[in-house]
Design a protein around this ligand. Structure first.
Ligand code: ZN
Ligand code: FE
Length: 255
């Protein structure tokens, strides 16, 4: 199947995504930080919006929706368990439910942590995973509502997806994430190389999102609680993976 994925910078540092299927003509929007940049891409590509996925209830992911719906109509997808604090949903979903977008099946994950009932959606036909503020490029979302254990469990659900999965996360935070990652994993050659690549991209005003899951597994400290070098750096050789993750998250909060 032929998909086109467009990353749309919104507000200060948010990203929305459009995934267009050329065969069945569906166009899925993921998150709506603001309407204008999204409308602009739809118009310039000549795509008709069909679906909107809301990953979580934070204003910077949903507030553009009313304005967008003045000019476009779409089926709104979001977590059933969060329906009370999301815009009106046409397709309420939960982990493990069957979500069909055009001719493609999508997999829904509960990735609570940043918020409770944050969802991630994986579309195998497109090899794309929308993670917003759960798994992020070289990072993970701050724990506003959930516990470290919850976020660790959420990230583990995503880690076993194919390594060539494209990870679409919600913000351009990668430069500061890289500086932190190097502080807990300073000898990781793949991380050092990625950090240089990020500096070059940002200097050229390019997005560092999306990324690939395989690269995240090699370089993102929040997925690497098992790694002996990180455990040694933190002096946590005999801790559980969840404890190591919690320590990394705490250090990032104070970085
Ligand atoms: Zn958020
Ligand atoms: Fe956000």
């Amino acid at each position: 199947m032929a998909f086109e994925l467009v990353t749309i910078p919104c507000l200060n540092d948010n990203y929305a995504f459009l995934l267009h299927n050329r065969d069945d003509k569906t166009t899925l929007l993921v998150d709506v930080p603001e309407a204008a940049p999204i409308s602009h891409v739809l118009d310039s590509r000549g795509w008709t919006l069909t679906h909107v996925l809301l990953t979580h209830h934070h204003w910077d992911h949903v507030d553009g929706l009313p304005e967008l719906l003045k000019r476009h109509s779409a089926q709104i997808i979001g977590a059933q368990a969060d329906a009370h604090r999301l815009p009106a949903l046409d397709i309420p979903v939960s982990e493990g439910c069957e979500l069909i977008i055009g001719s493609s099946k999508a997999q829904v994950f509960d990735v609570s942590g940043h918020t409770i009932n944050h969802i991630a959606v994986y579309i195998p036909d497109a090899k794309v995973l929308f993670t917003a503020d759960s798994l992020m490029a070289l990072g993970c979302g701050r724990l506003f509502e959930g516990t470290p254990d919850q976020m660790w469990e959420s990230l583990n659900k995503l880690m076993s997806l194919p390594a060539d999965t494209i990870v679409c996360s919600g913000h351009e935070y990668t430069s500061s994430n890289a500086r932190f990652a190097l502080s807990v994993d300073p000898t990781n050659k793949a991380l050092i190389a990625r950090s240089q690549d990020i500096d070059a991209k940002r200097a050229a005003n390019q997005a560092t999102v999306p990324s690939q899951l395989g690269l995240e597994l090699e370089t993102n400290p929040f997925l690497r609680a098992k790694d002996p070098a990180i455990r040694a750096q933190l002096n946590m050789q005999s801790a559980t993976d969840a404890q190591v993750f919690a320590e990394i998250r705490k250090r990032k909060d104070n970085f």
